[in-house]
Design a binder for this molecule. Structure first.
Ligand code: KG4
Ligand code: ZN
Length: 340
């Protein structure tokens, strides 16, 4: 009997979310995510605590993914896991688990670059939605990365612009911390921004060459702005939180789109996608839509659940490695700084 369907188990553990997904061809049957509340008290991810939580979560998460997909473990054809980039201790948990399970089931495994995963999330079946056509440009914005990626083919991508310091997600989260918001500040700034005036306050945008970014200056800018304004008004943040968030978000969106637009012009590409956790931001989504209408871009926005870290995107990337027979060996080890 020839088996046409390919079933892949995806495993993601690069940061603070333990996730497992089952992919059948290009359709997701299940995508389970166990978040880690333990970091909230520290205002950022604590690597040591993250790896311990992955160790606790990984088996129940994989088990639930298999159950919710309504398949048997023996139906899995191959396992895709995140090799990097990410926190080493976290990556070791997912990699070791994938290696052991692949060995136990006697099936192949594929190593996946987490950043490929964010981009290729666009190829997961989503009813009524067109998938990007090559070549396209993808703005990948997450807690750890800010990249303009020229995507020539599924596994042929080039980073043409990147941040030289903080990532866009860090700009959101570090500003959130200064505003007294719990971690991660990104989604909360987005929430407040919806109620505020984006022109209420001015923040400065950096001057960077080519398609590169810098966000560390913005953080200093926010700090000085708050010191100046809270000097004589202790309730300044509380009374202006919506306007501050709206203005801050507008500045970050402007910085991101300035370089994105330049890159699409330079490479003469009008197929444009966004990816990564920060692409869940409503301001970024709205701006992409507006620029698309204005410039005749065909735009691609991932489904909400495939924006932040998830194993579905690792499984779909693993599928293209599987089709290329690009399998990992048992002596593979994770790489915290894996490049695209
Ligand atoms: O891709 P992701 O889940 O993890 C990394 O690989 O880093 O991205 C997490 C980042 C965090 O910085 C979080 O604040 C940000 O995505 N984020 C948002 C929103 N939702 C998540 N930032 C702004 N607006 C949002 N709605
Ligand atoms: Zn990510």
């Amino acid at each position: 009997m020839i088996k046409n369907d390919i079933i892949i188990l995806g495993i993601e553990s690069s940061c603070d979310d333990t996730s497992a997904a089952i992919l059948k061809n290009e359709a997701i049957l299940s995508n389970e995510i166990a978040g880690q509340k333990v970091h909230e008290a520290y205002g950022g991810v604590v690597p040591e605590l993250a790896s311990r939580a992955h160790q606790q979560n990984i088996l129940p998460v994989v088990d639930t993914a298999i159950k919710n997909a309504k398949i048997n473990i023996s139906d899995i054809d191959a396992i895709a896991f995140t090799r990097g980039p990410g926190l080493l201790g976290s990556l070791i948990v997912g990699t070791s688990f994938a290696k052991s399970l692949a060995l136990g089931l006697n099936i192949p495994m594929m190593e996946v670059n987490h950043m490929h995963g964010h981009v290729l999330a666009h190829f997961i079946d989503d009813e009524g939605k067109d998938k990007p056509r090559f070549p396209f440009i993808c703005l990948t914005v997450s807690g750890g990365h800010t990249q303009i990626v020229l995507v020539n083919d599924y596994l042929d991508m080039e980073v043409v612009g990147t941040t030289k310091d903080d990532a866009a997600g860090e700009a959101f989260d570090k500003s959130g911390k200064l505003l007294g918001l719990p971690y991660p500040g990104g989604p909360l700034i987005d929430k407040h921004a919806k109620l505020g005036n984006p022109k209420a306050f001015q923040f400065t945008a950096p001057n960077m060459p080519d398609f590169d970014y810098s966000f560390s200056g913005l953080k200093t800018n926010v700090l000085q702005f708050l010191q100046r304004n809270t000097k004589n008004d202790k309730d300044f943040v509380q009374n202006n939180i919506d306007d501050i968030c709206a203005s801050l978000q507008a500045t970050i969106v402007e910085i991101l789109f300035d370089k994105l637009i330049q890159a699409t012009r330079h490479f003469n590409i009008n197929e444009v996608a966004i990816a990564g956790g920060v692409s869940a931001n409503s301001g970024i989504r709205k701006r992409l839509q507006q620029e698309g209408e204005k410039r005749g871009w065909k735009t691609h926005i991932p489904k909400f659940e495939y924006c932040t870290d998830n194993a579905a995107m690792i499984a779909i990337t693993g599928r293209y490695h599987y089709l290329n027979k690009n399998f990992a060996q048992q002596d593979i080890s994770p790489s915290a700084r894996l490049k695209i």
